[in-house]
Write a protein that binds this ligand. Structure first.
Ligand code: GDP
Length: 525
């Protein structure tokens, strides 16, 4: 194995998927504590008040940390962990989808009292598209949770994946005594009050030991019987099945008390896959290849109010980035020298000296980079499977102060580069139309236009029901289509021709009348 291959074998790039409130933020915080990115839990994110309208708004209030919360890299044992944040609110599911294209595995956090909730099901379905390996953490054991056997069954039935407990809880709520590792025959004894710091919890070797009998008291026999049953009734951990996305190893704990998170992280760095290959055209790219390649999966405008810049997040797929290197920006066919990529190591934004396959780097974007763009050392590669979804909701956006049109257009264009909203410029008039997949995004756009671009804009309803990207192989027929449908056509923020249909019926009719024109609901970047 080359030095390069040995280095990438140590990388673990993942995202957390969960239903809101299951504990993603709390788990993240404890991971940063364990990775020694922070010294005291509670310093990452202020408690969300009940009035914070969304994760996004809360993030906005603490703008300083939004940079670090997008990508966090930390060394753990002899591994390098890259944790990618996924937006919490459902309206951002498109963003989440794209973040999941940039990871090699996922951590699923489940609230033990609630079991598998609907957003987890949706995210799991996204992971399944690429057979992404999933490790599970059942959280909130300090509360009375549901029967863990039932939660296990639910994972298997609802999520359709085999569950293999690595450890098992000894009671829950006020009777929670600890977790028992089914493989090492070790009990880690629960103590509350250590949620904010690193703490070595007491360990007891052997469930049959006298020390265990003392800990478990009257329930010792019942608990030992239960664990015998669990051993017989659940799957044995099989790493190949996990790597194939067919089985999920399950850990129990309470993130709030910072208990069981370390055990989970230890298991994670051990079992989780190193950087995987990526599908591209005309060929698949292996992480072990030493020539550089990467793709952009996310763009964020104005991440740092001091710099007012836009950052394009790139997953390195193969080889290494080194400061000052030249890379080919494949879509525009240009070679660029990149000397100021940023990394997210240790929570601070600092210049990257080197980044390897599996790592995420941030490129300064001056408007030339789009989601899905590939960067290589010259090869004409196009990474596939990073879609843009047609928006489903539309509003006309209008300025309170008409003199600021330029600012508004710039703002909308830049925000639409991030991919969660889209802007359309109709051919027939000077309207500006914003399209989104969730209602909250309209609110976010208005807020950010005001905050970041100093424009006050208001929305008006507009009779657009759906948008479809259009193209046609036959230039003559396309011209005819453009003439006939002129009033329904618009350009999107990246200049692609789009058909805006006022009704479903109108869309079907247009498709029928122009059989040679393709109407697409997704556009591959
Ligand atoms: P997210 O929406 O998934 O990011 O969830 P948060 O991490 O913000 O947690 C949601 C709520 O559950 C917060 O009030 C947390 O303090 C609480 N919480 C998280 N983990 C635990 C836990 O282990 N035990 C208890 N009792 N509460 C927890």
């Amino acid at each position: 194995m080359s030095q390069y291959q040995a280095a990438i074998a140590k990388r673990r790039t993942f995202a957390i998927i969960s239903h809101p409130d299951a504990g993603k933020t709390t788990v993240t915080e404890k991971l940063l504590l364990l990775g020694q990115l922070i010294q005291l839990a509670g310093s990452v994110k202020g408690k969300r008040g009940p009035h914070a309208r969304s994760d996004w708004m809360a993030m906005e209030q603490e703008r300083g940390i939004s940079v670090t919360s997008s990508v966090m890299q930390f060394p753990y044992h002899d591994r390098v962990v890259n944790l990618l944040d996924t937006p919490g609110h459902e309206d951002f599911s498109e963003d989440t989808y794209r973040v999941l294209t940039a990871v090699d595995s996922a951590l699923m956090v489940i609230d033990g009292a609630k079991g598998v909730e609907d957003r987890t099901v949706k995210l799991m379905n996204v992971c399944r598209l690429r057979d992404t390996p999933i490790l599970s953490f059942i959280n909130k054991l300090d509360r009375d949770i549901r029967d863990p056997v039932e939660v296990m069954d639910e994972i298997e039935e609802v999520l359709n994946i085999a569950a293999a407990p690595i450890n098992w809880p000894l009671g829950s709520g006020s009777l929670f005594r600890g977790i028992y590792n089914l493989y090492t025959d070790t009990i880690t004894v629960f103590e509350s009050g250590f949620g904010h710091t690193l703490h070595d919890f007491r360990e007891i070797k052997g469930l049959a030991s006298d020390e265990a009998t003392v800990l478990l008291g009257d329930e010792a026999d019942a608990i030992r019987d239960e664990i015998e049953l669990v051993r017989g009734a659940t799957h044995v951990f099989d790493r190949d099945a996990y790597l194939a996305g067919k089985q999920t190893p399950v850990f129990f704990g309470t993130a709030l008390s910072n208990f069981g998170v370390k055990e989970m992280l230890d298991g994670f760095v051990e079992y989780a896959p190193a950087p995987q290959s990526r599908e591209a055209e005309p060929r698949k790219v292996e992480a072990s290849e030493e020539t550089f390649s990467g793709f952009v999966f996310k763009i964020q405008a104005n991440m740092d109010p001091k710099h007012r810049d836009r950052i394009a997040f790139m997953r390195v797929c193969s080889g290494a980035y080194s400061k000052g290197m030249k890379m080919r920006h494949v879509r525009i066919g240009k070679d660029v020298k990149i000397a100021d990529a940023v990394t997210f190591l240790a929570g601070d934004r600092e210049q990257v000296v080197e980044a390897l396959a599996g790592d995420i780097i941030g490129l300064h974007n001056h408007g030339t980079i789009q989601i899905g763009d590939a960067f290589t050392e010259g090869e004409e590669l196009k990474f596939t499977g990073i879609p843009n979804f047609a928006p489903e909701l539309f509003r006309r956006i209008r300025l309170k102060d008409p003199l600021k049109t330029k600012q508004l257009q710039k703002g909308l264009q830049q925000l639409s580069e991030e991919g969660s909203t889209q802007v359309f410029f109709p051919m027939a008039n000077n309207d500006l139309i914003v399209g989104a997949v969730g209602v909250l995004q309209f609110e976010v756009v208005a807020y950010r236009l005001k905050d970041e671009y100093k424009v006050d804009a208001i929305y008006e309803p507009i009779s657009v029901n759906s948008a479809r990207w259009v193209d046609c192989k036959d230039p003559k027929k396309f011209e005819e289509f453009k003439r006939k449908c002129h009033d329904n056509l618009a350009l999107d923020g990246s200049g692609h021709l789009t058909y805006l249909a006022p009704t479903r019926v109108n869309l079907s009719l247009a498709e029928e009348r122009h059989p040679d024109v393709r109407f697409r609901a997704t556009r591959e970047h």
